[in-house]
Design a protein around this ligand. Structure first.
Ligand code: HEC
Ligand code: HEC
Ligand code: HEC
Length: 251
């Protein structure tokens, strides 16, 4: 992967890793944070960029790495697994939208971390008390800090607002319409009892999973580029649980 050099914010400083032992590491990382805090507006601007997350927090590396890859090309997921088409990962797919309205989607366009959450992440980073990659959050967990509804992670006044009904939440009929041309419509409401969340299928940093194939495999359901079946998705998770510290292939 070579696209790091083309990171959206070229002036973002190089990764400031803290390779020392815990005690020293705390002091030095804290000092970095204080110095940067003092830099004020410049810091706040940098804080908005994708490079920031990984420069401060090593635990963001797998997420930055998946995000920065070339679009519509073979790549890797947050666990280091091969992904046949990176467009199957929401973060990569959205990075460059090729529209003038919002040409580039950054980490914080999707993740709206509240201060308390960022403090917790920083504490975990400083103490070294974290696992790479982190336990995968579902849509509900992705928005719980900001107390939003799960579907608002994808659809709100800024993103995919065409899916919203009058109540400001995703309207199932609108959602069904966006994929109506697919032979097997993944958004069709045949099984309201199943309560499938957006993130059961749409993954940010690994190949998305067509969970319907858990039962409908025999129907030769066509997978979008790079997507995997329920069985393949389960295997990816099982391997990740067995080897929680899988290193990315380029490290
Ligand atoms: C298009 C939306 C999108 C973008 C852009 C995006 N993510 Fe994500 N992210 C997701 C989704 C969806 C998940 C949950 C599923 C998964 O992990 O694959 C997630 C999960 C995560 C998690 C797991 C734990 C947690 O606290 O939620 C981290 C950390 C994370 N992303 C960091 C990042 C970083 C850093 C960037 C930018 C380099 C980024 N993301 C860009 C959608 C996005
Ligand atoms: C059963 C799996 C599944 C679930 C659950 C699911 N989706 Fe999808 N979604 C898909 C597939 C498959 C596509 C087509 C992807 C492609 O063409 O690359 C898609 C495409 C989309 C698109 C893009 C449509 C376009 O304009 O091309 C949006 C937006 C979307 N989904 C939003 C959502 C939201 C919001 C939810 C939750 C309320 C959701 N999806 C739940 C499978 C799912
Ligand atoms: C737990 C197993 C299971 C899952 C998961 C599942 N289905 Fe089904 N589905 C069935 C069964 C069984 C039938 C046939 C019985 C019926 O029509 O109610 C069916 C029927 C259907 C039909 C009607 C098919 C036809 O030939 O008329 C559609 C459409 C459908 N499912 C879509 C979906 C979609 C979209 C998903 C994913 C969001 C999904 N299913 C997930 C078990 C499942």
């Amino acid at each position: 992967m070579t696209s790091k050099d083309t990171a959206p914010n070229a002036q973002a400083p190089k990764k400031a890793r803290c390779p020392m032992k815990r005690g020293k590491k705390f002091g030095i990382c804290a000092a970095i944070v204080i110095v940067m805090g003092g830099a004020g507006i410049g810091f706040w601007h940098w804080h908005e960029t994708p490079g920031f997350c990984a420069a401060i927090c090593h635990n963001m590396d797998p997420y930055l790495d998946t995000y920065l890859q070339d679009q519509n090309a073979p790549g890797i997921d947050k666990y280091g697994n091969a992904v046949s088409d990176t467009s199957a990962m929401l973060s990569t797919r959205h990075r460059l939208t090729h529209t003038t309205a919002k040409p580039e989607i950054r980490c914080m366009d999707c993740h709206h971390p509240v201060i308390a959450q960022q403090m917790q992440e920083l504490t975990e980073q400083i103490s070294g008390n974290y696992q790479l990659p982190q336990t995968e959050p579902n849509a509900h967990q992705l928005v719980e800090w900001e107390k939003a509804e799960p579907t608002q992670f994808c659809s709100n006044e800024n993103c995919h607002s065409y899916l919203m009904g009058a109540d400001g939440l995703v309207n199932r009929a609108n959602l069904e319409k966006v994929t109506v041309n697919r032979k097997f419509n993944p958004h069709s409401q045949h099984h309201p009892g199943l309560e499938i969340q957006c993130t059961d299928c749409h993954k940010g940093h690994r190949a998305s999973v067509l969970v319907c194939t858990g039962c409908h495999e025999h129907e030769n359901v066509e997978l979008p580029k790079g997507w995997v079946t329920k069985a393949e998705g389960d295997k990816i998770l099982a391997n990740a649980k067995a080897n929680p510290y899988v290193q990315l292939s380029n490290r």
